[in-house]
Design a protein around this ligand. Structure first.
Ligand code: ZN
Ligand code: FE
Length: 257
């Protein structure tokens, strides 16, 4: 089986959008729909025809183009069951542990509430990639618009458990440089973070992308995946027996950073 192809492109201010393509079956999906003209351009460049929209969550910079694209291409809209009422044009609603097949490539869906109440992640385990929307960013995580710290920590720890170190993390925004600055303020002596931050700075200075990251990178450097780090706990003046409290305080500080 040939590997899935991913065509990545910029949308709006700082969104990333992805065409995912099974060459043998000639089937194509777009992960979220921030901006229709940019998606149409990407389809024209690749010569791929849109079959599916895979929505991670309902925000307009992720599902805003659903209806126009569905009307123009006849594609099928796949999204979170928990938020089916807020996903325009949804045809297939998926919940935790359910599968989606793109040609012969299978993704398992994880419910990852916190940023929104019905956020999902698409994990193509055999292809070593995950589309994580606004749940996990490189060196960061989504803001808690609709969920609690307990929910978000359980979502992130699910990803930490299920995504192997080599998994490519395709997130939905280029926020890494700002995230790095914050991360250094709470874990300044983490060598993996210091290394990643300087790599990110160099990449952005050259106008290059910091995405995809790897789960290995994120486990080592992303403070939102590291509430069990004694150095982070000490910095926040919190004991290590309550990971949700450490996560919540890290998130609170980022909101005010
Ligand atoms: Zn969002
Ligand atoms: Fe977003």
């Amino acid at each position: 089986m040939q590997p899935l192809k991913v065509h990545m492109f910029e949308c709006l201010q700082d969104n990333y959008c992805y065409l995912v393509h099974d060459t043998e079956a000639n089937v194509t999906a777009v992960v979220d729909t921030p901006e229709v003209p940019a998606i149409e351009r990407a389809l024209a460049e690749t010569g791929w025809q849109l079959d599916y929209i895979l929505n991670t969550h309902h925000h307009w910079d992720h599902a805003g183009g659903n209806e126009e694209l569905k009307q123009k291409t006849g594609c099928t809209v796949v999204g979170p069951a928990a938020d089916r009422d807020r996903i325009p044009g949804i045809d297939i609603a998926l919940a935790d542990g359910e599968h989606f097949k793109l040609g012969r490539h299978e993704a398992v869906v994880y419910d990852t509430p916190g940023h929104t109440s019905g956020h999902i992640v698409f994990h193509f385990a055999q292809d070593g990639m995950a589309f994580v929307g606004d749940t996990l960013f490189s060196l960061g995580c989504g803001r808690l618009f609709e969920g609690t710290p307990t929910q978000m920590w359980s979502s992130l720890s699910k990803l930490r458990e299920r995504l192997t170190d080599d998994t490519l993390i395709y997130c939905a925004h280029e926020y890494t440089l700002a995230n790095a600055k914050f991360a250094l303020s709470v874990e300044p002596d983490n060598p993996a973070l210091v290394a990643r931050a300087s790599e990110v700075e160099a990449l952005r200075a050259r106008g290059e992308r910091t995405v995809p990251s790897t789960m290995r990178n994120e486990k080592a450097a992303n403070p939102f995946l590291r509430p069990d780090s004694p150095a982070l706990q000490a910095r926040l003046n919190l004991p290590g027996d309550d990971l949700v409290a450490v996560f919540a305080e890290t998130r609170r500080r980022k909101d005010n950073f």
